[in-house]
Design a protein around this ligand. Sequence first.
Ligand SMILES: C[S@@+](CC[C@H](N)C(=O)[O-])C[C@H]1O[C@@H](n2cnc3c(N)ncnc32)[C@H](O)[C@@H]1O
Length: 243
Amino acid sequence: MIKDYNFGYTKVNSKQKTKLVQNVFSSVASSYDVMNDLMSLGMHRLWKKRFVEIMDIRENEFILDVGSGSGDIASEILRENLPTRLYLLDLNQEMLSEGKKRLKKENNIKYFIGNAENLNFESNFFDKYAISFCLRNVTKYLLSIKEAYRVLKPGGKFCCLEFSTPKSPLISSSYRLYKSKILPLLGEVVAKDKNAYKYLSESIDLFPSQEELSKDLVDCGFINVESINLFNGIVSIHTGYKL
Ligand SMILES: C[S@@+](CC[C@H](N)C(=O)[O-])C[C@H]1O[C@@H](n2cnc3c(N)ncnc32)[C@H](O)[C@@H]1O
């Protein structure tokens, strides 16, 4: 099998990439929430709040959260206090279990183990598709965007929150230093897994820029594609609609 996928800076084949990424999430599942707060100094909470505002949830919508992890996006959606049908999907059992533990009293949530690349849902089913800090980890990332398009209803909204490319050179250089030196160190001390956080840093470096991802969304059929930068583009919210 050709090694044409990146696991961070290491070249691997597609099966290896999916397995290695899943090993990362199995290893960090129990410390994932603490690490998120520490690494972003709590900022990820603001980013996710803004993300859900931009999702613009309405009553009775069917919402799919792909790579739902420990349930941050679902919790934020529930805070809107609207009746919705929430479908949480993750490829990793340990991460999905963290989410289930946290949201156990909510009975309008369905949980699925599954791959973003090959969704086991019928076409034209969801009003909203959310993917937060997951797309970067998907092996065949274009396939997952095509799947998002397929499962959305016509008029349905695609929403992605992901690390992106800072716009200012000054922020870009200090951020590069933070990612390459401080992140792996924090990972070693708190999550006891330096390599997982080295992967995180490298996967951010290699992820498409705002412009590249917007182009991929358009190529997959989405219209009115936009990206909204937060923190100078350290993270970005990408949206698009199915025709
Ligand atoms: C960084 S976590 C993000 C969790 C949550 N969405 C958040 O914003 O905090 C990424 C999640 O994506 C999941 N994931 C990675 N590759 C996936 C794939 N191909 N299909 C579905 N989930 C995937 C991981 O297991 C992990 O739970």
